[in-house]
Design a binder for this molecule. Structure first.
Ligand code: MD3
Ligand code: FE
Length: 205
């Protein structure tokens, strides 16, 4: 079943079954050896994020003292990002309802205590393309509001295997992760949470 939370915000609980989640975590662990997590930093202040990140695909989102941007190389290794696993490409094809492939898959890795403040995703050129998210591991207390920071927000729990599609009027909604509930999933033996966000970055020709 699929739940419409707001115009364009489609929540798909249980999109990946347990065996697909386990296979995806195995794939990610292998990809992380060549394509390690890095510690993003806030523009200007250089304050480190509590979430560690990496990317898969042609382009990746990075943040450091000089600003936010998409780039083709890993900031620490200088190499191109690893390719997206098949299950990730298939997720986009099944959920995005958009006629071009994704260019970036941002991998957010939440250790205990990590969070993500309320923000908009606006570093992409084409807001007609949705953002598709997949959650793995411990449950996140996720918050979503409107297009203005002052608009009211609601809180939902994103569990392991859940998908979320943010398109249409929700594409520029403010959103964030208040906290991760330690011990809520057995998928990752060390605990924590992984979120994958699939994005189109450039305007298709
Ligand atoms: C709502 N990630 O990477 S995923 C991000 O759980 C990000 O790691 C969160 O926000 C996470 O930018 C949330 C769900 C999500 C992704 C993109 C959105 C919700 C969104 C874009 C617009 C509105
Ligand atoms: Fe976001």
């Amino acid at each position: 079943g699929e739940i419409l939370l707001a115009p364009g915000a489609r929540y798909v609980p249980g999109f990946l079954d347990r065996s697909a989640q386990e296979k995806l975590v195995d794939d990610l662990r292998a990809l992380l050896r060549e394509n390690p997590l890095f510690q993003p930093r806030m523009p200007k202040t250089g304050k480190p994020f509590s979430v560690r990140m990496t990317n898969l695909g042609a382009l990746g989102w990075v943040s450091d003292e000089t600003g936010y941007r998409y780039q083709a190389e890993h900031p620490d290794t200088g190499r191109p990002w690893a390719a997206m696993p098949e299950v990730v490409r298939n997720t986009w094809d099944r959920l995005a309802d958009y006629p071009h492939p994704p260019e970036a898959c941002l991998v957010n890795w939440y250790d205990e205590g990590a969070r993500m403040g309320l923000h908009q995703d606006r570093d992409e050129e084409d807001f007609h393309a949705p953002v598709v998210s997949l959650s793995l591991g411990d449950t996140a207390v996720f918050r979503i509001g409107g297009q203005d920071r002052k608009h009211p927000t609601r809180s939902i729990r994103l569990e392991s295997g859940d998908a979320f599609v943010l398109g249409g009027a929700s594409r520029l909604a403010f959103h964030g992760v208040d906290r991760v509930i330690a011990g809520s999933s057995s998928l990752l033996p060390q605990g924590g949470r992984i979120n994958l966000t699939l994005r189109r970055v450039t305007k298709p020709a």
